[in-house]
Write a protein that binds this ligand. Structure first.
Ligand SMILES: O=C(CO)[C@@H](O)[C@H](O)[C@H](O)[C@H](O)COP(=O)(O)O
Ligand SMILES: [Zn+2]
Length: 199
């Protein structure tokens, strides 16, 4: 099949414009993200840790952001405690097999989360049952909670299941994810700022 480069470029241009429009509409999330960053920094300063979870592309985002806390974002600073609950195939398969997929993150929150930690759930729809269950488990365990979501925020926003709920104003999963990783990078920048010694 011969590809029509002009048509493909036109489609890319349409998607690019849509991406810009979603970012433009997301400006209102900057102040709430600053509030989330402040809360996350307080958790880390008090010796707590950050837990991240999500499905599919959001699982990748959870790992991406957690690694920028533990290893490095932009500056040279000490490693900070953060865990993505999406990476341990033994835990994920055993929890799915024995408890049900809904429990894969909640069980790890129960086992690893401590009062004073923070759970950050990522779900573009706000309706992923395993992220919802993790937020409920986190609250029950005395963790602070945050959710990066989209569309109408689903039951997580409606039920106020997270202390910080950032709802990206888009219906399109990919665009919501694009804003999520930007907000994750803002969080990492604020963490770098708080933990980097400057002369
Ligand atoms: O990355 C994408 C689509 O861009 C997909 O892998 C997507 O993350 C998956 O369909 C997820 O299962 C969607 O879950 P959620 O964002 O609604 O919680
Ligand atoms: Zn990054």
């Amino acid at each position: 099949m011969k590809s029509d480069r002009a048509a493909v470029t036109a489609e890319f241009t349409r998607r690019y414009q849509e991406h810009l429009a979603v970012f433009e509409r997301s400006q209102g999330l900057l102040a709430p993200t600053a509030a989330l960053a402040e809360a996350a920094i307080s958790v880390l300063e008090a010796g707590g840790k950050l837990l991240f979870c999500g499905n599919g592309g959001s699982a990748a985002d959870a790992q991406h952001i957690a690694t920028e806390c533990t290893i490095r974002f932009e500056t040279t600073r000490k490693g900070l405690p953060a865990i993505a609950l999406t990476t341990d195939s033994s835990a994920l398969t055993a929890a799915s097999n024995d408890l049900g997929y809904e429990q894969v993150f909640a069980r790890q929150v129960e086992a690893l989360g401590r009062p004073g930690d923070m759970l950050v759930g990522l779900t573009t729809s706000g309706t992923s049952a395993n992220v919802t269950a993790a937020l409920v488990a986190a609250r029950a365990g005395g963790l602070a909670t945050a959710c990066l979501t989209g569309r109408d925020g689903g039951e997580i926003a409606a039920g106020r299941l997270a202390d910080h709920c950032l709802v990206v104003p888009s219906q399109i999963t990919a665009h919501i994810q694009e804003v999520h990783i930007f907000l994750g990078h803002l969080l990492c920048a604020a963490i770098d700022d708080a933990f980097t010694d400057r002369e």
